[in-house]
Write a protein that binds this ligand. Structure first.
Ligand code: NAG
Ligand code: NAG
Ligand code: NAG
Length: 448
């Protein structure tokens, strides 16, 4: 009898754990905990678009897709390339001759990021791996003649970083996609014969821990078979226990369905969202892909990046910071410097970031802007501006007899006095040390 009921319980709990191909079921899946704890990731946009390196990774569309075309792209081509030069002719110039995945992974590790997301396939349709469904339009048949997705994955995982893959659902110019589009997405030639076989294959081959889906907005999730794919991913795929996905699975899905929410690119909520989210943003403010004509003034500087990261984490988000490598496989040194700067800041202040949670109060600007996080018994107050004097007033925390204040990176506890009985405190700061991100963290213990 006991054996039978154990068996029944086992069967019931097995059944209960399976997801069905509808949003009610899929949306109820808890996010694997590694993702929220990680907080910081690196996004990498790399593909044939890195070769023209002009405008952005949307170059092909701006040049030959949209009507009317972008005149800057048209004249860039007519001035620099022979008449009739076609976009696929850029592929052989995607050489990746200096690509050393170990060097990239060292830089990503040094940035303090805990995960890396590479474009496996952007809207141009070129796959950075030998997809059997992308004949002669992939990085092994042409260009680098190399499995970029596999090679980077190995180096990234070797440094105990999680590895994710960006995948565009739509492809601007794929003939089957264009047929379906013409049919008002009542047919699924592209989805059944290109997208899905490729996606299943990609997951089984590379076992990504994030699928960063994109390019979903022209058609509903029913066209993309998104819920069927996700049910397989969560129930039966080799990454069912660790995989995390975003919210771009069909028009109307963003900010509503899927795993964590990206909502829109560079989404910056004003208040604490109810659902786990991620801000993706790019060091180059004008592009995700490499631009040959990028200027220093168009890049985020380190204090801006740190402020953005801190705000995102204080509001419960993850921060996915993008860099665009060159077609020859280098991470531009200015991007490397930014990433190492983020890592230097996290080296001291990471205690307030990794595995933290949003606090009761997320922000105040009594003396200077301060963002709060908390973890265990500690509340962290991160100043993103240097206070003009050596006293800092905080009104959010409620103090007690055991309240203790320290500055991360400094072993001494700091003198403080209450502003009101049990509410607010004035902290006497030491001379603040150099901070690579111009942001300093106070650790507060024994407060409410
Ligand atoms: C990374 O590679 C080295 C050398 O091949 C190996 O000894 C080590 O176990 C690997 N580490 C991880 C986390 O895979
Ligand atoms: C796609 O979805 C339809 C139902 O809308 C289903 O019949 C079919 O099996 C699905 N195909 C795949 C490959 O998921
Ligand atoms: C913080 O307050 C100061 C003084 O009122 C103001 O000048 C500053 O713009 C505020 N900062 C932010 C980020 O709101």
């Amino acid at each position: 009898m006991l054996a039978v009921s154990v068996l029944v319980v086992a069967l019931v709990s097995q059944t209960a754990a399976r997801y069905t191909a509808d949003w009610t079921s899929l949306d109820a899946r808890p996010l694997p905990p590694w993702y929220d704890e990680a907080k910081v990731g690196i996004f990498v946009h790399w593909g044939v678009f890195s070769v023209p390196g002009f405008g952005s990774e949307w170059f092909w569309w701006h040049w030959q897709g949209q009507q009317p075309p972008d005149q800057k792209c048209v004249s860039y081509m007519s001035k620099n390339y022979p008449p009739g030069f076609s976009y696929p002719e850029f592929a052989p110039q995607f050489q990746a001759q200096f690509f050393n995945p170990e060097d990239w992974a060292d830089i990503f590790k040094a940035s303090g990021a805990k995960y890396v997301v590479l474009t496996a396939k952007h809207h141009e349709g070129f796959t950075n791996w030998e997809s059997p469904n992308s004949w002669n339009w992939n990085s092994v048949d042409t260009g680098p003649h190399r499995d970029l997705v596999g090679d980077l994955g190995e180096a990234v995982r070797n440094r105990s970083l999680h590895y994710g893959l960006y995948n565009s659902l739509y492809e601007w110019f794929h003939p089957l996609y264009l047929i379906d589009k013409k049919n008002g997405f009542k047919t699924q030639e592209f989805v059944l014969h290109k997208l899905l076989p490729e996606l299943y294959n990609m997951v089984v081959r590379y076992r990504p821990e994030v699928i960063w889906s994109d390019g979903d907005w022209e058609a509903p999730d029913t066209y993309w078979n998104s819920t069927q794919f996700l049910a397989w991913l969560y129930n039966d795929s080799p990454v069912k226990d660790t995989i995390v996905t975003n919210d771009r699975w069909g028009s109307g899905c963003a900010c509503k369905h899927g795993g964590y929410y990206n909502c829109e690119d560079k989404y910056t909520p004003g208040q604490l969202p109810k659902h786990k989210w991620e801000k993706c943003t790019s060091v180059d403010t004008l592009s995700w892909g490499y631009r040959r004509n990028m200027k220093m003034s168009e890049l985020m500087n380190l204090p801006t990046i740190i402020e953005d990261l801190v705000r995102t984490v204080a509001l419960g988000g993850n921060y996915l910071l993008n860099v665009g490598p060159t077609p020859d496989g280098m991470i531009p040194t200015v991007f490397e410097e930014r990433l190492r700067g983020v890592g230097a800041w996290l080296e001291i202040n990471g205690e307030a970031i990794y595995a933290s949670e949003p606090w009761r109060v997320q922000y105040e600007n009594t003396t200077v802007p301060v963002w709060y996080t908390f973890k265990g018994t500690a509340v962290y107050a991160i100043m993103t501006t240097k206070p003009p004097k050596l006293t800092l007033q905080l009104l959010g925390p409620k103090t007690s007899a055991t309240t203790k204040v320290t500055l991360l990176g400094n072993p001494h506890s700091l003198p403080w006095s209450p502003v009101y009985p049990n509410a607010g405190l004035t902290v006497l700061l030491p001379e603040l040390p150099y901070s690579p991100g111009q942001a300093w963290t106070l650790r507060l213990d024994g407060i409410k």
